[in-house]
Write a protein that binds this ligand. Sequence first.
Ligand code: M6R
Length: 609
Amino acid sequence: MCGIVCYVGHQECSGIIMDGLSRLEYRGYDSAGIAVLHEGNIAVARQEGKLSGLVTRLNESPLPGKMGMGHTRWATHGRPSENNAHPHRVGSVVVVHNGIIENHLELRAELEREGAQFSSETDTEILAHLVSQTLSKEASLKDAVKRSLERIQGSYAIVVMNESSPDELIVAKNASPLVIGMGENEMFAASDVPAILKYTRDVMFMEDGEMARISQSGVELTKLDGTKVNREVKRITWSHIQAEKEGYKHFMLKEIHQQPTVIADTLRGRVSIEGSGVATELMGFDDATARRIRRIVLIACGTSYHAALVGKYWLEKLAQVPTEVELASEYRARDPLIDPNDLVIPISQSGETLDTMEAIKIAKAGAARILAITNVVDSAIPRASDGTLYTHAGPEIGVASTKCFTAQLAALYMLAVHLGRRRLTLTKDRARELLENLLRVPTLMNEVLKQEDRIKQIAQDMANSRDALFLGRGLSYPIALEGALKLKEISYIHAEGYAAGEMKHGPIALIDENMTVVVVMPNDDSLKRIVGNVQEVMARGGKVVGIVSESDVESASIEMERIIIPDCAPEISPLISVLPLQLLSYHVADFKGTDVDQPRNLAKTVTVE
Ligand code: M6R
């Protein structure tokens, strides 16, 4: 977690750094800080709480200077406080860090024995002490950082600045992201591209085990052992405007509304109706391999896990490959059986989730083939995989994932059709029909978005609820799970998702007149049975909100709140029926006045265990 930005160049830098940090707040927001070098002195300003506090402070006491670094924090070691905020300073050295130093207790004890005095509870301060101590024995700042990193175990993306090195920043990376941006006589580095996109589109993604000296005139990228690295410079095509709110009250609302476009982008150039197929570029395996796959294992966390649950239905039904779905944190907690004919599919919006990354390492050790489904290009997970099916959703800033979820679904659906064709479990005509249905999704999503006023009315009532149940069957079961996760993470209302058939095995005991039950019940094979579940809830006084298809007559006589979704082929219903649940959660949270884009205790990217 945490966001880092640094700058060296010809411009006053504190505005540039603060602007970058504001685009990284999704990575953490419990405290923030900045350090700027000016006339041989480094000034540091740190503040507990959100970035706005630091902005006010800098407005009152600006920090001049043309080289500096900033940090927005999500606490791992040490509670959120000004003392624990980065940058950490020891002598003439300041450091910002994203990651976890695993051997921090031993190193801290050792440094304290040698007389070091600590001013924070963080693991990061250890690094500042090590660099400061080593600097007296080494010729260069880079060598001092290198020697210090040799003593550290764990993950890091760091920036180090020294008062006596007026034109250089040392950056290094291991298992936490860092990208270098190249401008005209100015250089940047940041945890993520949106932080620097306003200033440059030319970037270089650092790999694990690399460090760089960056100065106004350029970058020297090496491995930790000093070997020179020549890395291709990539041109980013999306603009920083795409990462802003575009008039919506929150990023989450903007991202919900972007979904028709996002799905069209994810499908663009990949789906061929004439050829009844899906382009396989980047998937990392050929047709013969596709036919050899014995089992698929989908691995993910949170919302991406719910996408995986939907994917299982499609992969088993359309491609007829036995498919298992694993929570990454549980997969890595046991000794899973892995076969070289397994296709392991990690799904991760950020491409950085630590548990998912660790699960990949286990699957690779078992010689399985890895195909990632990820939104962030060149992030850690695609780099560790044999191939990647990118979801082209653009940056997702709201902590609650919405557009990336539906983009993941679109990618999984395409993959299921592709494998179905390669393995001859789908005829050409059936594949064409499935793909035509998929291409209709953006239009159908637009129809759902027109229901927003109606959803808002229902949300106003729900905002007073203490608990909610979400029910679904078949393909709608993972959607019920996702609806419950969305509601709890942004509105803090306790919500549970259940397979509707499980209701009478326990949750029915919770039903009374205070319980809202949201039932995902599109027109499909399960409709009759789920209508039965709705009647059971109503008979016990529960309030039901049904997500129902336009032409549904089965539930017509039931007196419940309805959110109507357009009729669609049953296979694509998850891509449609999740939208009302996203909007419902959003408006409930907005009525309650919670911090929708940055809900308490959460972070966008979970790079810790
Ligand atoms: O980046 P990832 O898809 O790997 O993230 C997984 C989860 O942390 C994420 O989906 C989380 O559950 C979101 N807050 C859900 O809205």
